[in-house]
Design a protein around this ligand. Sequence first.
Ligand code: GLA
Length: 673
Amino acid sequence: MTHTFKLSGWLLTGVCAAALGASVANADPMPAETSLSGLEYELIGRDDIYDYRKLDSYAQAPFLDELVAAGKLPPVEERLPAEPLVFKTAAMSDGIGVYGGVFRHVIGGRPEGFNWLAGQHQGWGGINLAIQECLVRQGPRWQIKGEDQSGPLPNLAKSWEWNADMTELTMHLVEGIKWSDGDAFDTEDIAFWYDDNVQDENIASRISANSFGGGAKLEVIDAYTFKFVFPTAQSNTILEGLAYIQGCPGPSHVLKASHPKYDPSKSYDDYLNALPSDKVPVPVLGAWVPVEHRPDEIVIMRRNPYYWKVDEAGNQLPYINEMHFKLTTWDDRTTQAVAGTGDWSNMEDPGNFVEALKQSQDPAAPVSAKFGPRTLAWRVELNFAQNMAESDYDKELRGLFRELDFRKALSHAIDRDAVGQALARGPFAYAYMGGYPTGSPYYDADATNFTPYNADGAKALLAGLGLTDTDGNGILNLPGTGEDLVIDVTYKSQRNEDRKQVDAITSQLAEVGIRVLPKSIDETSFDPMRNSGDFSAILQRANFVLPTREACGNLPVSDICPAFHLTSAEGRDLLPFEGELANLVTEFNSTDDAAAQAATASKMQAILTDNLYNIGLVQVPAALLVNKRIKNAHPGTPVFMYEWAEDAVIRERLWVPADQQIDELLPGTVAEY
Ligand code: GLA
C-alpha cells in the first residue's frame, strides 16, 4: 500500500515535540500560518533508492564505446568499482533512461576555485554539488518514511559500524572508485582530507579543526577502511556532518604537491589557490567534470567516464552527457527556466513568484512549478565579538548588540508583514523569528517566541539603554562615544531579495532613530569576508533547517564559529545562552531517538528566539521549476530540506528522451588531463 503525504502535514518530529510538552510557552504566540505547499509524494524505505552490488554486465554512453575502442579509456567494467552503487528502477519516477543531451543550469554565483578542501566554493547553484561527492548523502532523505529516518544515506562510504560504547566509528569505502582522471580513490584521500585539511588550523575547511565529534582522531585501517575515534560517546547523528559540504574528499594525488606539509617551499596561500577557477579540468568524483570555464559566461561539464554509479540494467550513470552552468544572475535562473532556455530554478526570489507561477500554469509552458514548505528564511546577523572590535565606536556598537533589550528593540522595530509585502504582494511571506523555519522537521511553533512589530515598545527599550538623540538630527546617539547610531548592514549584491529586505529595514529602523548603512558585496568574496568576522551586521538567507547541517554557520559549536561571534586572541566572550546552545548541539548529536532530538531542537528554538540570537525577518516557500523534458525529476522534490534540490533530485538519474535532447557543445569528448 502506498501513502500520499502533503509535505505541509508531514512535520512528524515537530508534532512529537509539542506532544511531549518539551516546548516552552511564550507570551506572544506565532500568528497563524497559511501553507502554500502543494508537494505530494509517496514515502519510501531507506533501502529502496539504491544499494551496492555487482551486476552481470555493464553498458556505457555510446560515445564512450568509441573511446574505449580507440584505446583512450579502459573498458567500462575496469573503470567501475567491483560493486558499484546501483539505483533501483522502482524508485525512479520515469524509470530507466537513455543516454545523451545537455542539462542547462543558470547560476548567479561564480567559481571561487576548485580547492573545496580549503573551503573554496565553485559558484553554488548546483555546481559544487555536481563536482563533489561526500562520504554520506543527505539530499534524498526527503523521500524516506519516518521510521526509516535513521541518519544519512551511504555514498562514498557504503557502510559503517560502531564499537559497543559508541566511541569508534569504522567506515567502509566503496572499493575501486576512481577519480575522473583514473587515479584510485582510497583512504589516502580520506587521511589527506581529515588530517591535512580539517585538522590543519591554517586551512578554512568546511568543518573546523577539532569540531567533528569534539575532536575525533582518524585511523586508517587499510586502503578502503578507516575509523574515527571520538573522545566521548556519539550517535549516528554525527554522521550528518560527513555529508555535503563537509565530508567531501578532494584529489590528494594532485593537491599534496601544493600543501606546505608535503612541500615546505609552498605557503598556505599557494595551497588555497592550487586549483584556480581558470584551470580545468580538475579530477573529481562527481558525475560531471568541469572542462571549460569562460569567465562570466559559462562552465561546461562533461560526463565523468569513471563515475561509479549505475542503474539496475547496468548502465553507467549519469545519463546526461553534458551539463552547463550559464554564469548570469540568480533572477535570470528563474527567467530562463520559465522561458525554457534553462532547465532548472530554485525559485527563491518572491518577486518572481506570481509571474513565474502564472506562466507555468499554461499547459503549453515548458516548465512545471510546485511550491514546497517554508524553508527559505532571512535574518540579520549581529556581530557579537566585542573583544575583536577595532574602534571605540565598534566596541560600543557590539556591546549594544550583546544587550538583549537592544536586540528586542530591533525586532520590535521591524514590521515583518511590510518586509514580506516589499518582497512580493500576496500570501508568500510569514514572520521569521530566527531558529528553525516552519518547514523544518524541527520547527515547534510553541517554542518560538514572537516579538511583534511595536515601534513604541522599541523606542522605550532604546531609551532604557541610554540611547537618545542628543544632537536633534533624528538619529540616536551612543551614550559612550556620542556618535550617531549607524549600523553597516552587508548583503550580497547579486541577491535582489536580500537587497529589498535591506531597503525595507533601513526605512523601518530609521523610524526608531537607527540609521542603517547598506553595504553590498560580491557573492564570490562573501564567504571570506564573513569568515574573517570583519563586519558589523549581515543580512542574508539563513539556511537553517537542521541543527546538523553546517552547524558552524549557525551555532557556537567551535571556537571559530559562528562567523558573527569569533574568538579573539583575548579569548571567547560568549553570551551565557550561547554556552547552553553549544550543549544542546552535543545533546542533539548524542542520540538517534527522533523524539528526544525533537525535544532538544525545541529547547534550541526557545533559546534562539527568546534571545533573538539572530534577528529573523521573513520566511517563504520556494518553488522548484524543472523543464518538462527532464525525466526522473520527482515532482515531490523540495527546494531545500535535508540539502538543496540539486542534491535531493539525484541528478545522475535524470534523463531526456532522445527526440528532446539539446545539441552538446563538446560532443564525443571527455576531460583530458
Ligand atoms: C545557491 C542558490 C540555491 C541553491 C544552492 C546550491 O545558494 O541560491 O538555490 O542552488 O546555491 O548550493
